[in-house]
Write a protein that binds this ligand. Structure first.
Ligand SMILES: NC(=O)c1ccc[n+]([C@@H]2O[C@H](COP(=O)([O-])OP(=O)(O)OC[C@H]3O[C@@H](n4cnc5c(N)ncnc54)[C@H](OP(=O)(O)O)[C@@H]3O)[C@@H](O)[C@H]2O)c1
Length: 330
C-alpha cells in the first residue's frame, strides 16, 4: 500500500512526546514529508529526531506542497481554526488536535466554514481510538454492567513545573475557555458521551486555587443522563490523585477505566481486565490514513468533537454564585 504523505504543522510537546513513538511504529504507513513550526529551529530539531524529509518556513508553504496528501495540525487551541480552514482550502486532508476549537461558539463557526471544502477533516480525539475505552462503551451498550446508575469522572493531575505542558506559553495565558479543565477534560467528555450520550443536566461549581493555572484549575459537576444514570465530574489540576479516570457503577458490575487499561468487577470483586491492542495515536493515525486513502468514513465527525467540547465547557462554565452576598429579608 502507498504511504500517506503527511506534513506536520507544530512541532511542540505533543509532536515529540505523543506522535513520535507512533510515527516510529508507522513508518510503513506514513511518509513524513515536511514539517513547519513558528520557531524554525524547533522544526529543524524535530525533523532530525523524527526523520522528517524537509523543513519549510511557514504553514502557507507547507499547505502548498504538491507532494502532500494531508497535514497534521498541532497548535495552540485558539490558533488552530484558521489553519484548519487554510489547509482544507489548499486541498489537503486535515487531522487537527483536540479540542475542535477554543469555545463551542467558535467551533460551530469553524465546522460551518469547513463544510464548504471536500477534503476530509478528522479532529484528533485520541480517546476515540483507545480500544479499552471503546470496549467500555460496548459493555454498557450490551447491558453487561446491568442498569448503570452512577458514573464518577476524575480528570485530575497535579500541574506544576515538572510537567512539560506547564511551560507552554499558550496554556499560561489561554485563549480558549476553561484552561486545563477543558484542554484535558475533553477526552473524558468524549468517553462519557460515547457510553451514555450527552447529559441532559450539568450543574457545576468551579474554583481557581493556583494562579499559575488560569482561568481555573478545579471544576465539579453533577450530571444526569437520558438513561436516568447520575454522575459526578471532578476536574483538578492543583491536587494529587492516582486512580481510575472513570468509574461506572451498574447493578451487575462496576467498571474502572484507566489511561492504559479497563477493569470490570462483578459483585464478588472477581475482575476481568482489558488492555489496549495498540497505542491510541497509532490507531488514530492509521484510521486517518484509511480515511484519506481508502475513503473510509470518519470515526468521529467534527460535529461529534463539538459535542464533546460542549459537555466539558458546561463543566468548566464559570458562574459567580456567592450566597453570602444575597440578602435575607426578615
Ligand atoms: N491528544 C492529546 O492527548 C494531546 C496532548 C497534548 C496536547 N494536545 C494538543 O496538541 C496541540 C499542541 O499542544 P502542545 O502541548 O504540543 O503545545 P506546544 O508544545 O506549545 O506546541 C504548539 C506549537 O505551536 C506553535 N505555536 C504557538 N503559538 C502559535 C501561533 N500563534 N501560531 C502558530 N504556531 C504557534 C509553537 O511554536 P513555537 O515553537 O514558536 O512556540 C509550538 O511548537 C494542542 O491543540 C493540544 O490541545 C493533545
Amino acid at each position: 500500500m502507498k504511504r500517506l504523505r503527511l506534513g506536520l504543522l507544530g512541532t511542540g510537546v505533543a509532536a515529540e512526546k505523543l506522535y513520535l513513538p507512533a510515527f516510529d511504529e508507522l513508518r510503513h504507513r506514513l511518509d513524513l514529508v515536511a514539517c513547519a513550526n513558528r520557531t524554525r529551529k524547533k522544526a529543524e530539531r524535530y525533523a532530525r529526531i523524527a526523520r522528517v524529509g524537509r523543513v519549510v518556513d511557514s504553514a502557507e508553504e507547507l499547505f502548498a506542497l504538491p507532494d502532500l496528501d494531508a497535514v497534521l495540525i498541532s497548535l495552540p487551541i485558539d490558533a488552530q481554526p484558521a489553519y484548519v480552514l487554510a489547509a482544507l482550502r489548499a486541498g489537503k486532508a486535515v487531522l487537527s488536535e483536540k479540542p475542535v476549537g477554543p469555545s463551542v461558539a467558535a467551533a460551530r463557526r469553524l465546522v460551518r466554514a469547513a463544510a464548504r471544502y471536500t477534503p476530509p477533516w478528522l479532529v484528533g480525539e485520541n480517546f476515540a481510538f483507545m480500544s479499552h475505552a471503546v470496549k467500555l462503551a460496548e459493555l454498557v451498550r450490551q447491558g453487561r454492567l446491568g442498569e448503570v446508575r452512577l458514573v464518577d469522572v476524575r480528570q485530575m493531575s497535579f500541574m506544576d513545573a515538572e510537567n512539560p505542558y506547564f511551560h507552554t506559553g499558550w496554556r499560561a495565558q489561554p485563549g480558549h475557555v476553561g484552561g486545563f479543565v477543558v484542554d484535558a477534560g475533553v477526552h473524558l467528555a468524549h468517553v462519557l458521551r460515547r457510553c451514555f450520550g450527552a447529559p441532559t443536566v450539568v450543574k457545576n461549581l468551579t474554583a481557581s486555587y493556583d494562579p499559575a493555572l488560569p482561568p481555573l484549575d478545579t471544576a465539579l459537576a453533577l450530571l444526569r443522563f437520558e438513561s436516568g444514570a447520575l454522575g459526578t465530574w471532578t476536574s483538578s489540576f492543583s491536587t494529587h490523585y492516582s486512580g481510575p479516570m472513570l468509574r461506572v457503577f451498574g447493578e451487575r458490575a462496576t467498571a474502572e477505566l484507566f489511561y492504559d487499561h479497563l477493569v470490570v468487577f462483578d459483585p464478588k470483586r472477581r475482575e476481568k481486565r482489558y488492555d489496549p491492542r495498540k497505542s491510541s495515536f497509532v490507531a488514530e493515525f492509521e484510521h486517518f490514513a484509511d480515511v484519506v486513502q481508502n475513503g473510509r468514513p470518519l470515526a468521529l465527525s467534527p460535529a461529534d468533537a463539538v459535542a464533546d467540547l460542549a459537555l466539558v465547557e458546561a463543566v468548566a462554565r464559570q458562574l459567580p454564585m456567592d450566597l453570602t452576598k444575597s440578602r435575607v429579608r426578615g
